[in-house]
Design a protein around this ligand. Structure first.
Ligand code: NAD
Length: 469
């Protein structure tokens, strides 16, 4: 799979039901992906079940070796994978986009290979001896969204395989090629049946989550879908990791340097053109520096090139699908109608080809406005003015989601005091959205439960077992 064409050939459907996938930047077809039914899901489960005992019987070092070789395979096919990802998601090749995502997927496999869950001695007092082990669960079902389809698939696949599970993964119906291509490349090195892909929409996803064959479902997607999955998996007591929607707040303190923070705030909000679960989605800025911060962020927005995903100069791309584009457009329009000020962006060209929406900064907006309190998941950032930190904290914590949050300021001790009061699974100081394979990540409130990454992430795809005696 040395070229994009060879990679695409390996994943397009040649028979059976298919779905045509369009490139969001051009609205032109990329190719026909397979479309699987429940019989094909059952066949994938059977392959995963058949492969699991031998996979679990390998030593930890042998499985780590497979993960490292999977990373090698991704690196060998990096450019074709990035070309496919760029076309299908619309994210540009350069910047923290398609090539970055492919490289990060390989790095994550290696980092996961380098970690393991140690056996813990719980009690050793001369009378009682007890140890805590973590065993493989069996077959893990993985369900991914469309925004970081290779990265998030890797986050689900790598820890699951590391500890001895096999996997059936269902990519989003918007980006099936990204999931299929990643698996095709990894499967060049994995034993048959260890990693399996099925393609379909929520109906097939629902069939997965109700299926007792899965001991664990790793889900990343919206809160609405997450609640359905919790309900449908209840009868089987399936273990769940729920990485759900967010609406991350950032608070800029009065002592922040507007010029210094503007670039990192912009890219914290517009990473992947704003289509990132833990992107900064609403910013609260102290009155003393409000105008300077708004202007400085607007300057960065104006200079960030948006364009075709295959254009090497682009750093921002289209919204991945029309449904999401309409959500962003509607929320920005509502903000404008309410009297908020569009500093830069807004007004998408109705005749443009592709689902492009300009990078949009909205100032002088009410903290209760829908653009602030709803997850718009696109290239828009509302900036709210505050003068009392208690107001900023109250607004930041008022929502029923809590994935990430950030505090920006020159005095770390002051920033830390505010960070400790923010209700989110991760609070960053002077950055937003940074993830690391050794640092656990997960949400609070309706952003979900369970942690990914690091040893916590490996435990989450294992079943604990106490040996007492
Ligand atoms: P979505 O919930 O619509 O779809 C996600 C996946 O779930 C898709 O594969 C879809 O086919 C499947 N699905 C849909 N209905 C299902 C059902 N009833 N049962 C089982 N599976 C079903 O989400 P999306 O629009 O693809 O992604 C955007 C959302 O994902 C945003 O809310 C974003 O915040 C969230 N997200 C969260 C994280 C995180 O780590 N917390 C990361 C990325 C995205």
């Amino acid at each position: 799979m040395q070229t994009y064409e060879e990679l695409l050939d390996a994943v397009v459907a040649t028979d059976g039901d298919t779905v045509t996938i369009l490139a969001p930047a051009t609205e032109q077809p990329i190719g026909d992906a397979p479309w699987h039914d429940e019989a094909e899901l059952e066949a994938a489960i059977a392959r995963a079940q058949a492969a699991q005992p031998a996979w679990a019987a390998l030593s930890s070092a042998e499985r780590a070796d497979y993960l490292n070789r999977a990373a090698d395979a991704i690196e060998a096919a990096a450019e074709p994978l990035a070309q496919l990802l760029a076309r299908e998601v619309g994210k540009p090749l350069g910047g923290a986009n398609a090539r970055f995502e492919v490289g990060a997927s390989a790095n994550w496999l290696r980092a996961t290979a380098a970690q393991e869950v140690p056996v813990e001695t719980l009690v050793d007092d001369g009378e009682t001896y007890a140890e805590l082990h973590y065993r493989p669960i069996g077959v893990v079902g993985a369900i991914t969204p469309w925004n970081w389809p290779m990265m998030i698939a890797t986050w689900q696949i790598a820890p699951s395989l590391r500890v001895g599970n096999t996997v059936v993964i269902k990519p989003s119906e918007y980006t099936p090629f990204s999931g299929l291509a990643l698996a095709a490349v990894i499967n060049q090195v994995l034993p048959e049946g260890v990693l399996n892909v099925v393609v379909g929409d929520g109906e097939l996803g629902a069939a997965m989550t109700a299926n007792p064959a899965f001991g664990k479902i790793m889900f990343t997607g919206s809160t609405a879908t997450g609640t359905k999955i919790i309900e449908s998996s209840a009868a089987n007591i399936t273990r769940l990791t729920m990485e759900l929607g967010g609406n991350d707040a950032g608070i800029v303190l009065a002592d922040a340097d507007p010029q210094q923070v503007a670039g990192d705030i912009f890219w914290g909000a517009f990473l992947n053109t704003g289509q990132t679960c833990a992107a900064l989605k609403r910013l609260y800025v102290h009155d003393d520096i409000y105008d300077q911060v708004v202007d400085a962020i607007a300057q960065v927005a104006k200079s960030a090139p948006m364009g075709d995903s295959l254009d090497e100069d682009s750093l921002l791309g289209p919204v991945q699908n029309k449904r999401q584009w309409k959500i962003v457009d509607t929320l920005v329009k509502l903000a404008v109608e309410s009297g908020a000020r569009v500093v830069v962006g807004g007004n998408p060209d109705p005749d443009a080809t592709g689902y492009f929406y300009p990078a949009t900064i909205v100032a002088d907006i009410d903290p209760e406005n829908a653009l602030v309190v709803e997850e718009q998941f696109g290239p828009a950032l509302p900036i709210v003015r505050y003068s009392d930190i208690e107001d900023a904290l109250r607004w930041a914590n008022a929502l029923d989601v809590g994935l990430g949050a950030s505090v920006w300021g020159s005095d770390r001790a002051e920033a830390l005091k505010v960070a400790e009061r923010m209700e989110a699974g991760t609070v960053w100081i002077n950055k937003h959205g940074a993830v690391h394979p050794f640092i656990p990540f997960g949400g609070t409130k309706r952003s979900g439960y369970g942690m990914e990454f690091g040893v916590e992430g490996l435990k989450a795809v294992s079943v604990p077992q106490v040996i007492n005696g």
